[in-house]
Design a binder for this molecule. Structure first.
Ligand code: PLP
Length: 425
């Protein structure tokens, strides 16, 4: 199909590109919430559009931009590496891949030691499922209702929202979801179970935290039955929740830990599975039992190493806790002003969620905030919740801007709802 774009403005022609060649439905949803401009560049917490508008990004690519967009340290590392060698020839050793694996062994808890690198979160979930099945010789996979582990067949099969699963059945067999935070249901993990996979905070389900007791009981039940415990830290990892790891507070370590998003340094996609020596025995039998052409490429590994350096050198884990508290307080102050609209404000660090009385309010607030220069969005599995996951480098002034935009968008939503009520009377 071809469309004449001669009479369209730059923005219109890009939107038409989405409508004609990418995803018309997505284009209309974005336009509906008032997002019809084109991003041109981004730095720190700011995205600049083609009209010169600056947006404070409180979504941050669903929690990906932890070090901020275009961080100079990450950009310099990537520029240096891209000029030397972006991809591996795959049959020689690579310094940066080895260094990143060693660094992850140092910063992850317990005896997590070995890494497998891939290119996205769902690939990390996919690989972990395979490792768990092969390492245990079992097939059953337990996960939790409302969970999100990605949209490839394996990731989807252990995810907990039917809307995204049923159109694609039959999915990977022997997968079962149990209620999140329900310790009794952990008894479904048995001697036939290969793994229990769980997010320390369910991001896409509306920012719901696992209790420490649930994670501890999951560890104990996996130890009892010989099932592997997999923590999906793709969204929570590397400081997002105010701790380096989302499950840190519970004091339990998994057999496999999944990473992606922030590991990219907001620059080059990368995912990782970090596992214990025991789980890695499957590679001793056959080193190529699981592999990826682009996985562990030097460019992505340099970006990831630079990102971890930024997280350490700029104390971003601590900053996430401190700035998260300030943002939480700003959101809570607005909630107190509009108690009929906002049901709850929750979360830890800079992984915060606001639950509204119904999803129309969420839509109005997202649009209202966008009009005031602040980007936020729904969580995938719960449209009554919008999430705030800005870069961890967010400043006090930016937090104030986010809080004010949220408050003013709530006021506008309230006035609009009152007008609709009056019209109906
Ligand atoms: N797991 C969790 C907890 C996630 O939040 C996501 C993405 O939002 C994924 C897995 C899938 O990651 P990706 O979109 O990179 O495939």
């Amino acid at each position: 199909m071809s469309t004449s774009q001669e009479t369209l403005s730059f923005d219109e022609s890009v939107v038409a590109g989405y409508e004609n060649y990418l995803n018309p439905g997505l284009a209309s949803v974005m336009k509906f919430v008032g997002l019809d401009s084109v991003e041109m560049e981004a730095y720190g917490c700011t995205v600049v559009d083609s009209r010169g508008n600056k947006f404070l990004d409180c979504l941050g690519g669903y929690g990906t931009m932890s070090v901020g967009y275009s961080h100079p340290h990450v950009v310099a590392a990537v520029q240096d590496q891209v000029a030397k060698q972006a991809f591996s020839c795959r049959i020689l050793f690579n310094e940066h891949t080895a260094k990143l694996a060693q660094k992850l062994a140092e910063i992850t808890p317990g005896d997590l030691q070995f890494s497998f690198f891939c290119n996205s979160g769902t690939e990390a979930a996919e690989g972990a499922i395979k490792i768990a099945r092969k390492a245990t010789g079992r097939t059953k996979l337990i996960s939790t209702n409302g969970s999100f582990h990605g949209k490839s067949m394996g990731g989807l099969s252990v995810s907990g929202r039917e809307k995204y699963k049923t159109p694609f059945g039959p999915l990977v067999p022997d997968c079962l979801q149990i209620p999140y935070n329900d310790i009794e249901s952990l008894s479904f993990i048995d001697e036939q179970t290969a793994a229990f996979i769980v997010e320390p905070v369910q991001g896409e389900n509306g920012i719901i935290e696992a209790t420490d007791e649930f994670l501890q009981a999951a560890r104990a039940r996996c130890d009892e039955t010989g099932a592997l415990l997999i923590f999906d830290e793709i969204q929570t990892g590397l400081g997002r929740t105010g701790k380096m790891w989302g499950a840190e507070r519970a004091g339990v370590t998994p057999d496999l830990l999944l990473l992606a998003k922030a590991l990219s340094g907001a620059c080059i996609p990368i995912g990782a599975i970090v596992g214990t020596p025991k789980t890695w025995e499957i590679f001793a039998e056959n080193p190529l039992i699981h592999s990826s052409t682009f996985g562990g490429n030097p460019l992505a590994c340099r970006a990831a190493l630079a990102a971890i350096e930024v997280i350490e050198n700029e104390n971003l884990v601590e900053k996430s806790a401190v700035q998260g508290e300030k943002l939480l307080n700003a959101l809570l102050a607005a909630k107190n002003e509009f108690p009929d609209l906002v049901k709850e404000v929750r979360g830890r660090g800079l992984m915060l969620g606001v639950e509204f009385a119904h999803d129309d309010i969420a839509g109005l607030v997202i649009a209202g905030m966008a009009a005031r220069g602040v980007l936020a969005a729904y969580t995938l599995n719960n449209a009554t919740v919008i999430r705030f996951e800005p870069p961890l480098v967010i400043s006090d002034a930016e937090i104030e801007l986010a809080g004010t935009a949220f408050r003013d968008a709530l006021q506008q939503a309230q006035e609009l709802l009152e007008d609709i009520d009056m019209d109906e009377e």
